[in-house]
Design a protein around this ligand. Structure first.
Ligand SMILES: [Mg+2]
Length: 226
């Protein structure tokens, strides 16, 4: 087998009916598009770090009086992609290590895939911390070796090193703009139900069926193909 590990994005990939959970939260909590775009632009222009971006958004939600239960309610509307349990099980039984490299927040995995810690290692996601009144208080970006978040290509490179693998031995499954560098670097980049043309362009294969089992032939190869 060519690949030894498979990395997954979460929002839009393992969780199929959203682009980014952050956008879904903003949408449901009623944060204006103007504020969201402004913050995104400041981040993209390098004026604020990924951490400051997240912390500012958490601060906005806090000011709005949003609570932990509101997050849970939004996440309850998210849906795990079809075939997830079966596909992940087959990959693990096939001897592949599975990991998560995502800008999502941990609560999404905790609620939708409670057994995620036994499936994926490492799990690189961010956390939102809540105070005793259940109000969001802090954003903690998940980290790879203390690196600033935001570049999944560099993060994937470090993860490969940590796992003792070359990027060529790793497949990465993602859907969006923030996955482009990782899809490009991985030995097998799988654009899964892509929401970004660039992601589709840099990926080695594109899977448009919203069922995680559809990635399996690409990872295991079909008989006679090498
Ligand atoms: Mg995504």
């Amino acid at each position: 087998m060519r690949y030894r590990a498979v990395g997954f994005d979460v929002d839009g990939t393992l969780v199929i009916n959203i682009g980014y959970c952050w956008e879904a939260f903003h949408e449901r909590f009623g944060v204006s598009q103007k504020v969201r775009s402004l913050l995104r632009r400041r981040y993209e222009e390098g004026k604020i770090t990924y951490e400051q971006w997240g912390q500012t958004e958490v601060g906005i939600w806090r000011e709005m009086g949003v609570t932990y239960s509101d997050f849970v309610q939004v996440i309850r509307s998210f849906r795990l992609v079809d075939g997830a349990a079966e596909a992940l099980g087959i990959l693990r039984r096939g001897g592949l290590s599975l990991f998560v490299l995502s800008g999502t927040i941990r609560l999404v995995l905790e609620l939708l895939l409670p057994q995620y810690r036994t499936i994926f290692d490492p799990v690189v996601v961010s956390d939102i911390l809540f105070d005793e009144d259940e109000r969001p208080v802090r954003f903690v970006p998940g980290q790879v070796l203390g690196m600033q978040r935001g570049d999944k290509g560099k993060e994937l490179e470090s993860l490969c090193e940590m796992m003792g693998l070359s990027p060529q031995e790793v497949a990465f499954v993602g859907d969006n703009e923030n996955d482009v560098a990782a899809l490009d670097l991985a030995g097998l980049g799988i654009a899964f139900c892509p929401r970004s043309r660039k992601a589709e362009e840099v990926a080695d294969v594109t899977v448009k069926v919203p069922d995680l089992r559809a990635i399996l032939p690409h990872i295991f190869g079909t008989p006679g193909e090498e």
